[in-house]
Design a protein around this ligand. Sequence first.
Ligand code: PLP
Length: 412
Amino acid sequence: MAASIFAAVPSAPPVAVFKLTADFREDADSRKVNLGVGAYRTDEGQPWVLPVVKKVEQMIANDNSLNHEYLPILGLPEFRANASRIALGDDSPAIKEKRIGSVQSLGGTGALRIGAEFLRRWYNGNNNTATPVYVSTPTWENHNSVFMDAGFKDIRPYHYWDAAKRGLDLQGLLNDMEQAPEFSIFILHACAHNPTGTDPTPEQWKQIAAVMKRRRLFPFFDSAYQGFASGSLDKDAWAVRYFVSEGFELFCAQSFSKNFGLYNERVGNLTVVGKDADNVQRVLSQMEKIVRTTWSNPPAQGARIVATTLSSPQLFDEWKGNVKTMADRVLLMRSELRSRLEALGTPGTWNHITEQIGMFSFTGLNPKQVEYMVKEKHIYLMASGRINMCGLTTKNLDYVAKSIHEAVTKIQ
Ligand SMILES: Cc1ncc(COP(=O)(O)O)c(C=O)c1O
């Protein structure tokens, strides 16, 4: 037999967060805890189908007017309009002036990818692979790869996390923006920065926007946690809306994986804000071409769930209540973990646990301490020290807090 034509294909390394969950599943220890996964869990440690989602799914199943015909290439119109509306706000000047467009996408990742592909083809010259794309240090690891796979050759880090003070390195960030070449692309986390849980304050966002405007930098917002950070959709969209009010042209990639719990339905939206309707229509016409060769047209189920919920005032209120339930549980776990660590007298300061927001917390545990947590305590977390607060429950809090205490006191 001849050798396989694939004989020279090297094995790619596993994706860290999925590998961690696979290791967790295989672990037979009864004390095991998964703080790695990027999804909401109830206090029983279970995934949660939002009650409003269950209700709307039943409405959809009983609606005989619906069928499984292809959606338009750019997606379900009522989904696109409503998704962009919650990102930009009901009274957005850009919506009133009809200078926004939307592309339904396969999750937030799909929105980032279509946006990246468009920028590479059409932003700052045709087939531009040289424009620097800046991502925060650290960031969600897929940002790098999505832009690289879209053809960008110059992906650069920008300062974000100050490890010593366990907070935002605003000066470092602003300096990087000052020094970036004009028209560089900046990926900004709209809220609940992943993985640090640390966002700029409104005052700091204003400073960031001022530099970006002066330096003509392009903001590409990634909004994967709207509602999760504070429990309020409007508060979590403040930065995006501020940039729009300042006259920026921008992209905003939205994910409905977390705030609707629709992870595997792959529901996302890319909002384009332009100078005028004509510009936006031409951009959308090119995005349609990109979608056609990427997934041709998007899936309907998740988009129907979101569109139905967002377009009914009653269901919308119910959904906001569900989001708040999730956000409040995260906030509770934050305060419970912090108070336990402080009561144990764990060396270091732990105020960052309650000061950080969103699903994740950057604990400050170093890689050796993380290894100890995984190997000795069967508590799974990312090597960066990031933990998913939803992995904590009233039952495992004591065990996790004591384990962190041990890791910090025994291992430097
Ligand atoms: C910062 C950030 N952006 C985008 C995404 C992508 O979300 P989706 O699963 O909808 O593609 C995630 C998901 O973890 C994320 O954390």
